[in-house]
Design a protein around this ligand. Sequence first.
Ligand code: ARG
Ligand code: ZN
Length: 872
Amino acid sequence: MDAPKEIFLKDYTKPDYYFETVDLSFSLGEEKTIVSSLIKVSPRVQGSSAPLVLDGHDLKLLSVKVEGKLLKEGDYQLDSRHLTLPSLPAKESFVLEIDTEIYPHKNTSLDGLYKSSGNFCTQCEAEGFRKITFYQDRPDIMAKYTCRVEADKSLYPVLLSNGNLISQGDIEGGRHFALWEDPFKKPCYLFALVAGQLASRDDTFTTRSGREVSLKIWTPAEDLPKTAHAMYSLKAAMKWDEDVFGLEYDLDLFNIVAVPDFNMGAMENKSLNIFNSKLVLASPETATDADYAAILGVIGHEYFHNWTGNRVTCRDWFQLSLKEGLTVFRDQEFSSDMGSRTVKRIADVSKLRIYQFPQDAGPMAHPVRPHSYIKMDNFYTGKFLFAKGAEVVRMYKTLLGSEGFRKGIDLYFQRHDEQAVTCEDFFAAMRDANSADFANFLQWYSQAGTPVVKVASSYNAEARTFSLKFSQEIPPTPGQPTKEATFIPVVVGLLDSSGKDITLSSVYHDGTLQTISSSSTILRVTKKEEEFVFSDIAERPVPSLFRGFSAPVRVETDLSDDDLFFLLAHDSDEFNRWEAGQVLARKLMLNLVSDFQQNRPLVLNPKFIQGLGSVLSDSTLDKEFIAKAITLPGEGEIMDMMAVADPDAVHAVRKFVRKQLASELKTELLKIVENNRSTEAYVFDHPNMARRALKNTALAYLASLEDPSYVELALSEYKLATNLTDQFAALAALAQNRGKTRDNVLADFYNKWQGDYLVVNKWFLLQSSSDIPGNVENVTKLLDHPAFDLRNPNKAMNFHAKDGSGYKFLGDIVVQLDKINPQVASRMVSAFSRWKRYDETRQALAKAQLEMIMSANGLSENVFEIASKSLA
Ligand code: ARG
Ligand code: ZN
């Protein structure tokens, strides 16, 4: 293998050649597939003598023709990654024809053209198209495509590609063909092909301008009943994008295909979205509320890409957030509008804290727009990593309001339809449409690391002023030792002693007095240090800062515990009520961790129990909000706040706090379980999901007590459940504790569901992510389970076992898996990336595994990048 090469944003140059049209032809076969491409090429500069360099990986070149003339071996250069054509006709345009042979049945990487359960399918983002044919595999090459697919008719009755079906028919030898034409220019990463035995759920959607769009969701025939929710989600998304952004679908056909083998969630190929089946298939008995919500969000996400990503795409992969940050923001908004805004915001912020903040503090930290990469795939690994880009988009909306934001979006499409553009182009559209002053906002795109904002408050009774002093600092990240200040919008409200918002009249800042007249305002924090002074404040207020999480930062305030309990009870911003509870919980858990480390007895502050208790019994609150409010921050979040992470102490403390809460609040918790049962048919809507969420959170608390009567209760919930949400929650509640009940109920669940691989995957995941003692051993046994498939591995587990068994287990899997699927293997190595945060024993054990991985033969670029950066 050639040494892995790092690619830099600063080296971007325009392509020397553009491709205008691309006519592809696939002859699909069991042993080999022949791909023919006919490309109309035009030089960017007339008379250019530049060579044309095409990307190609794992391809067998059959022939190259230029203007119909076959090239001989000396007329081109071929290496393991490129096909170079040094001398080309000095014409305005010329025709290039290339034939290649590929072997999809041997392609286990799930990248390029591969087979999933007997069907052919593709995944080309980011750089998979080069595994199909030689091409300039970069998103700024936008061309119009046709695609002819030919295959055995009985094995592959359905033949799909992008755009409209132009013709189809039978040919000799039991074969048939379909010819597809996509009228819109697109980069090759949006190309898709599917061939196989599939059936479709059909529906239609009439756009607001009256175009009737045919909608098809394709799966194996037996799964069709499970596609109703996906179809509902698609239609809801189409309607929402019209209502909120004025964006209408642009073709007469929209296809979604569900496949069981897929590296990520889904892919937005033009008019032919391909999905991991778990994000399409759902029935009340086989999918949980979380699955239903994820399907809604991801179907929306891929659909929304049709405008944000496909019609306007990225100039280069460094701009990934241009489409992903924006589209994640759009799907978040969609889900908010379909359910509860506060609850959705809480869920998104939690994910940001659990996945993005740690990444931003580790060896793979990179800005929203990275400066370099070795393997682009690595920027897609890990869950929810576009979250920060989505937060950046959200800040525009916070600053501009809904209308101003919409104006910016409109201008963006007016300027850039069918272009490949950059993050600055998006910024410029937002700015110009609103004549906005965005100060140093662009720093968000170029600096890695999570800003830490400290806030100090003081009240001056005599002057009746209230001052907030902000200071911001962004910690160093690899390659970026020092940082500039960035523009941080801080949405603030001030609570009076009755808990009501004070109507703000004016704020003094930087020598100017700004009048306001509302209960909250946006402070524009743009410097390392600055002060804002509110006037005409009659009593010392309690500030509610960063309402709705107005910027993706870590906040440290000087608020007392009493202030935080006050916010938890009164803040008009529901998000900040939750946040106050979380801040209190984090503080309290950290203190308990140090008690634990110093062998002091653990005691839970009764005020905390009371605070959560009153949220629990507040019937005016949304039930799902209550469920979130009584859920403690995760172990990772607490470890994140420690100089040396101590997994044992954090685990013990979280367990202790949960049990204390459960025991002190058991009467209320039991009431909740009893009052929120339902035997009615499953309904996917917010009130029902909220009810189930609250009941199941309460049940998990009770079951943690290991009291026989609650174990009985959970068992009966398990048996009486009429849907998977309730049944799986009861299973998880019972699986918290080691013992016979756990073993029995896990066995029962497997017996019941062994025929459904999606449910079985959940069963694996529940066990692999369990924190019961000795779990590494359990998980090792599961590897031999007949239903386990290494190509579909579950990565979560009690990884930090002190004897290093978790590290060794994972290290071995990474090396095995890298040979099959580098994208999934590198996602697993990421689990090691923060090894330096642990004690010396763990550090040594984890480092040894990273070194072992680095020394493996034939390591992929994917794994190389993560492992080497982690060791650096
Ligand atoms: N663009 C895709 C999405 O928005 C993510 C990339 C999928 N990549 C993959 N290797 N499957 O969902
Ligand atoms: Zn996306």
